[in-house]
Design a protein around this ligand. Structure first.
Ligand code: ZN
Length: 164
């Protein structure tokens, strides 16, 4: 993992952004904890696995359909799998306790509260998708990356109620 310190990437409130083991950071190195490094290390393995999945699928499709256009599956498949995991969490209840969020409010206040509520649901879907959950649930374990199984993120696709 190589950490690239800069002032702009990642955008917004994120502290670190990992692209295939290149970690962009707005934080000085002394503020990047070993835990954060393990978290990003897990994402690096996940990204390699998604890329390998895209490459294998691209080669199979190129052979079946005898066209190089199917090499486009290589960059598309990893994003498609991640998007699927994210949107599956987005549509899965409990929608950030919507009942408590809107209960007792007048109709116009309920309508005004929708964007703030949806932002919470969006952040929940980000934190609860299988890739983030694998990283969060194991970033306290210094041995995790050495003992991790291939495609371990698949085991984190479980109902929200059963999560730690
Ligand atoms: Zn993460």
């Amino acid at each position: 993992m190589k950490i690239i310190h800069n002032k702009f990437i990642p955008f917004g409130d994120f502290g670190l952004m990992n692209i295939l083991g290149l970690v962009f950071s707005k934080l000085p190195s002394e503020l990047i904890s070993p835990r954060s490094k393990r978290h990003e290390g897990t994402h690096t393995y996940q990204q390699y696995e998604l890329l390998a999945t895209g490459a294998i699928l691209a080669l199979i499709l190129c052979n079946i359909y005898a066209s190089w256009w199917y090499l486009l599956a290589l960059p598309i498949v990893p994003f498609a799998i991640y998007a699927l995991a994210f949107f599956a969490e987005l549509v899965r209840p409990p929608y950030h306790n919507a009942k408590e969020f809107f209960e007792g409010k007048r109709l116009c206040d309920k309508v005004k509260a929708i964007p703030a509520w949806f932002a919470k649901v969006w952040v929940d879907a980000y934190r609860d998708n299988c890739f983030e959950r694998e990283a969060y649930m194991n970033d306290d374990n210094p041995e995790y990356l050495a003992t991790r199984h291939l495609f371990a993120w698949l085991w984190y696709i479980i109902p929200r109620d059963e999560r730690k």
